[in-house]
Ligand binder design. Structure first.
Ligand code: UTP
Length: 290
């Protein structure tokens, strides 16, 4: 199989679960400690060896391309003030990867957003990282998927076991064990009820896809919620060619909803050298008075 060299980050959703904050600030630009959410995702892809990244955006998200650009006026000021760390971090964000953008002109669903990457990707396998799903892991989660996909000459979806009463928030996959933490996938369904679910393994925001997905998505009819669903496309893909599910090591946060965002904020702040010790003390004091 060809090496996975490119990644696509769909970030064109409306972010209705985080309103009113996301009315003018894209949810991918909300700060987690001192960096916007999208930067963690780009860093994960870069840590896994990816250099070319396409972000699927829309007309309300131009703050994202500004963020990954240089800002000479600010940089000169930081230099004059001797703020070396701030200067370094500001530049580093702009130099992380070769970042490209395409707009999804109508919000027609995740499957449609991915289809917009067809020209960028061409005829090779590629990684997909959802713009609001953040992973905290020793080894980049997308790297874990890329390894399995390359080893099995397959597409790959990142999964974790979720309790039956929450499976209806995700897509469930029908799986057969293949090797440690890796399964083969033969079917899947979107937001199943507990009686419809195919297993407790849910897809969580990371994929490696073969380029055949574009032809499949192009002919896909709107599904759940009237949107072109990626899951419907993946269902066809896994029946046409090999697909594996990787029970990845790491914790996933859905920063697109308030609780997930707060959990991520607390965990990443506890890890951060500037805020970790202070926050741990603060939380302990708080907990005593609750
Ligand atoms: P979500 O299910 O989180 O939807 O999309 P959303 O619209 O972003 O947020 P809510 O539900 O209104 O709060 C999952 C992923 O698919 C992308 C989103 O940006 C997110 O990364 N997406 C979704 C698109 O790029 N385009 C779409 O039309 C829909």
């Amino acid at each position: 199989m060809m090496k996975v060299r490119k990644a696509v980050i769909p970030a064109a959703g409306l972010g209705t679960r985080m309103l009113p904050a996301t009315k003018t600030v894209p949810k991918e630009m909300l700060p987690l400690v001192d960096k916007p959410v999208i930067q963690y995702i780009i860093e994960e892809a870069v840590d896994a060896g990816i250099e070319d990244i396409l972000i699927v955006t829309n007309r309300a998200k131009s703050a994202m391309d500004d963020y990954f650009d240089y800002y000479p006026e600010l940089e000169t000021r930081l230099k004059q003030a001797g703020k070396d760390r701030e200067l370094f971090e500001t530049r580093r964000a702009a130099d992380l990867a070769n970042i490209f953008y395409v707009r999804q002109k109508e919000t027609k669903g995740l499957g449609h957003a991915i289809w917009r990457a067809k020209r960028f990707v061409g005829d090779e396998p590629f990684a997909v990282l959802l713009g609001d799903d953040i992973m905290r892991a020793k080894k980049p989660v997308i790297g874990q998927l890329i390894e399995a996909a390359e080893r099995h000459n397959a597409s790959a979806v990142g999964v974790q076991y979720v309790p039956t009463d929450t499976i209806s928030k995700y897509s469930s996959v029908k799986v057969e064990p293949l090797e440690d933490r890796v399964f083969s996938v033969s079917d899947m369904n979107e937001k199943p009820s507990p009686t419809q679910m195919l297993s407790n393994y849910a897809i969580l925001g990371r994929y490696v896809l073969q380029p055949q997905i574009f032809d499949i998505l192009e002919h896909m009819k709107p599904g759940y919620g009237g949107e072109i669903q990626l899951t419907d496309g993946l269902r066809v893909l896994c029946q046409q060619s090999n697909m594996v599910a990787v029970d990845f090591e790491g914790k996933r946060y859905d920063t697109g909803n308030l609780r997930g965002f707060l959990e991520a904020t607390i965990d990443f702040s506890l890890d951060h050298p500037y805020t970790g010790k202070w926050l741990a003390r603060f939380l302990k004091e708080k907990a005593r008075s609750l």
